[in-house]
Design a protein around this ligand. Sequence first.
Ligand SMILES: Cc1cc2nc3c(=O)[nH]c(=O)nc-3n(C[C@H](O)[C@H](O)[C@H](O)COP(=O)(O)O)c2cc1C
Length: 361
Amino acid sequence: MSRAFESLTIGRWQLPQRFVMAPLTRNRAGAGHAPTTLNAEYYAQRAGAGLIVTEGTAPSEVGQGYLDVPGLYTDEQVAGWRLVADAVHARDGVVVAQLMHAGRIAHADNKDGAETVSASAVQAPGEMVTASGPQAHDVPRSPGTDEIAGLVADFVTAARNAVEAGLDGVEVHAANGYLLHQFLDPTINLRDDVYGGTPENRARFVVEVVTAVAEAIGADRVGLRLSPGHQFNGVGEELGPDLSATYRAVVDGIAPLGLAYLSLLASPLEPLEALVRDLRERFAGVVLLNDGFGDLTTLKSVENLLATGLADAVVVGRQFLANPDLAERWRTGAELNEPDQATFYGGGAEGYTDYPTLEAS
Ligand SMILES: Cc1cc2nc3c(=O)[nH]c(=O)nc-3n(C[C@H](O)[C@H](O)[C@H](O)COP(=O)(O)O)c2cc1C
């Protein structure tokens, strides 16, 4: 039997297998950035993932970036997430909300004119899709040192709201060039206070957010996602001693908390292998791995990643998007639906809840 189908305990959850559903932004939240019954149906269809990490979800209006992304900062949003939690639990799944503050990857038109903040006032390259078409990203405002506690508090409130909605926990998103990653990256974080400069200072905000969230809802239902050196959304991190020191500072800062898991988006091959190995050893808890946006994750690649010994489980994105019953298909060697890229971001049921299960096809 494949190692992929060995059970695994992550935090307070007993999972049937060693692959979980990746956070996937789908831009289909309803009015007021609240999840809908359609969103609940989508997640419920994928309950067989064992653990679902939801799409990136904003902890505040300022933290919104893309069109139609859900939030966890209003009563309507909590009610919407309750639909999701109840539907996934009815099918024995586990679902945690990924808390994603977009930082500078944002446009005010996507958030009722709310402002955009980042570590420093450095505009992201590229454009953001808005209702009136693509526009340059906002030039962010750099919050003062005395405002950082308020940003931390937003994550805590959102985490409490996730629990209030009946979700099983949260994943703090410090990867892929969003706010927390913007603080880690020395090309975006130009601050000269205690949140900038040295690797330890750049790591401080991430450590403070994760620590506060873990204290608020319990470390055993909190995960953290990192993507060291992932040059996405204008991230300029380069491989080298500064990168290693920065991510070591993050992991050393959060390791004593006893989090449910650390999720790394990184290739475990050279040149990142040594860093991934180092972070895994320093963390000393459950490590989830995803090797990036290139090829689709296959059952074979799950097995290969597990065989490196660098991960306890693998995070699977597009195959779960296209195959609600992926675990069953992989277990039985059945054919797979192809993900349709044209319907990844935005729209309705098409390319969302209409991928057939084996049973239906
Ligand atoms: C449509 C889409 C949306 C994504 N949204 C998020 C997100 O909200 N948060 C995140 O951390 N990663 C996000 N990712 C990255 C995935 O979690 C995953 O790392 C990536 O798809 C590579 O894994 P795969 O080859 O198994 O698809 C997204 C990827 C895709 C394709």
